[in-house]
Design a protein around this ligand. Sequence first.
Ligand SMILES: NC(=O)c1ccc[n+]([C@@H]2O[C@H](COP(=O)([O-])OP(=O)(O)OC[C@H]3O[C@@H](n4cnc5c(N)ncnc54)[C@H](O)[C@@H]3O)[C@@H](O)[C@H]2O)c1
Length: 272
Amino acid sequence: MAAQDGRLAGRRAIVTGAAHGIGRAIAQRLAHDGARVALLDRDRAAGEATAAAIRDGGGDGGDAAFIECDVADPASVRAAVAQTVDWLGGIDILVNNAGIPGPLVPADELDPADWARVLAVNLSGVFHCAKYALPLLEASGHGAMINIASTFGMVGAPGAAAYGAAKAGVIGLTRQLAVDYTPRGVRANAVSPGYIDNDMDRRRSRMTPEEAAAVVAERERAARLQPAGRQADPAEVAAVVAFLASDDASFVTGATIPVDGGCTAFFNLGRR
Ligand SMILES: NC(=O)c1ccc[n+]([C@@H]2O[C@H](COP(=O)([O-])OP(=O)(O)OC[C@H]3O[C@@H](n4cnc5c(N)ncnc54)[C@H](O)[C@@H]3O)[C@@H](O)[C@H]2O)c1
């Protein structure tokens, strides 16, 4: 199907953290479904490459542009939203995906600077983008915001004080935005991914082969304990985001949808 015939044809989207991983898959999927997509990221080289790949991919009319942005910096977000409007004339869809894990250590070992950075990117970043995009989403008449939370925002996980608090905050902020803005025509929902098989090739370049093998083995071990028994492809998260962005989800707002292979449905008794 050509992009211009997709269910998001004519829609204008921002995806943050779109250079890599889940954000890249979301940008690709929204473009495939017909949206014109601004890819906001702090990684210029990778963001430009991703935008070019969308424009070149498959000849089905995907339209994408990279805009440099640090979501933790309100001035940077305001400028990036203004640049998007210069290009697209407005915004119908905002996907707040940019996020960092930070160090996964117990709270007494966590440096306050790391706590502050994880909160600044993962939670304040969502607020900054919402703040500057909401008037445009409202003006579109059918605005949709999708915030990428995490299963770690729904249940506790070892060493995830900052990350878990930030992601629980994203879920709470999403509900709040839905209450305030659904009456004004903007739906706000969250998606909580579980174990996603993501970009180990890129991460490998920062690790020794032994470290990379250990990370892969640990993620695969943890995923095998969950009901689905595997990690997901980023495209499986992107498909749910595309649904929430579309008019097919016209009565869905304030919801958090786990895309986690059943992790958060499961009280783990040590066996499946
Ligand atoms: N991968 C998983 O298993 C998983 C599970 C649950 C939730 N998530 C969430 O999904 C989202 C994407 O994760 P991912 O695994 O694709 O990560 P990733 O590291 O592959 O990609 C994150 C992207 O965000 C960008 N980014 C980071 N900080 C930024 C900032 N301050 N401003 C702008 N861009 C910034 C990075 O450059 C990168 O392109 C995150 O919010 C993450 O917390 C991921």
